[in-house]
Design a protein around this ligand. Structure first.
Ligand SMILES: [Zn+2]
Length: 344
């Protein structure tokens, strides 16, 4: 595994991770995200439907706990995890925990993983000295990259945590990728990229899907003049959602919902015949309306999760593509301003 940086702008790193996979000919763009999976499967989706999504990351995330559960079966199967889960061509990243349903620690060795590249974990909580010690000591080990752990959590300490993050990434060698766990919201992703983080998990679109919502935030920082009116309408709509979210938060309902999404279970979508996002090229938006998704949700049809997952993944992967394009053209500040305006 080799990191090749093409550009660094104010700490934001643009580049490629090369020499990935068994034959070493696979690459992955950074900043980027991993494909969130449940035991190797993208939630709600078959591999066939997954291939209908544009921009699917080259690397999928598995959890060690799920591998440990299948350990004896895998040992008997002998043909590797990738083939067993039906993704023989995929690059797999194995994390200790599932970011959505944390599991107890304690899995320490696994023969299935012996030939894998090891990612060093940087710990130390909120103590600067311990974080720096962990960074320096881990950097001395033969690791392929670094996992920044424990930076998610209490928003009141966000400034402190971001300061800590800057100091930790500054202490790490430039030539290895840095992955952060537990951070997946668009506004937080941008804050971390500015502090030298390269890779993220993609559990956020899954959480959005699970609460019957669709990602609708705009990441188009250079709208086509012909679409200006649509954009303006979109922004008006977003502002309404921000107000709505603030109202929801003050009444204490549905606290997890963010202003980056809309709740399709709401009655107002019953006769809304627009796609989830105007101009979105995903399978769901090209073929279905908000009203249909609303109907599927209120009647508890499993197809709701499938269609929402297809849209939410494609929207989220498109956001990362937009980050890389913005970095290439020195317009990340413009993208960040657009995202922060939509954050509640
Ligand atoms: Zn869509």
């Amino acid at each position: 595994m080799k990191l090749s940086l093409t550009k660094v702008v104010n700490g934001c790193r643009l580049g490629k991770i090369k020499n990935l996979g068994k034959t070493g000919d696979r690459t992955m763009d950074i900043p980027g995200c991993l494909l969130y999976t449940k035991t190797g499967s993208a939630p709600h989706l078959t591999h066939h439907t997954l291939h209908n999504i544009h921009g699917v990351p080259a690397m999928a995330q598995l959890t060690l706990s799920s591998l440990a559960e299948y350990y004896e079966v895998l040992a008997e199967y002998k043909e590797g995890v990738g083939k067993f889960i039906g993704m023989p061509e995929s690059l797999l990243y194995c994390s200790l925990h599932d970011p959505v349903s944390p599991c107890p620690a304690g899995y320490i060795t696994n023969k299935v993983l012996q030939k894998s590249v090891i990612i060093g974990v940087i710990e130390g909580g909120d103590v600067m000295e311990e974080r720096l010690r962990s960074a320096r000591e881990t950097a001395k080990r033969p690791v392929g990259g670094f996992l920044l752990d424990g930076f998610q959590g209490n928003p009141t300490t966000l400034v402190t945590r971001l300061h800590l993050l800057s100091s930790v990434t500054a202490a790490l060698p430039e030539d290895k990728p840095r992955l952060i766990c537990g951070v997946s919201r668009p506004d937080e992703v941008l804050e971390c990229i500015e502090r030298g983080v390269d890779l993220f998990e993609s559990f956020f679109p899954y959480q959005v899907t699970e609460r019957g919502c669709a990602l609708t935030f705009s990441f188009d920082y250079q709208p086509n003049p012909e679409e200006t009116l649509l954009q303006q309408n979109g922004i008006q709509e977003e502002i309404k959602y921000v107000d709505q979210i603030k109202k929801i938060k003050t009444t204490g309902c549905n606290e997890e919902m963010t202003s980056f999404e809309i709740n399709l279970k709401e009655k107002k979508y019953q006769e809304d015949f627009h796609p989830l996002v105007r101009g979105c090229s995903c399978y769901c938006c090209k073929n279905h309306t908000r009203a249909y998704i609303h109907h599927l949700l209120v009647t508890n049809e499993l197809l709701a999760g499938v269609l929402l997952m297809m849209h939410n993944f494609e929207h989220y992967f498109g956001f990362f593509h937009s980050i890389r394009e913005a970095l290439k053209s020195d317009r990340l500040a413009k993208l960040k301003e657009l995202i922060c305006r939509q954050a509640s």
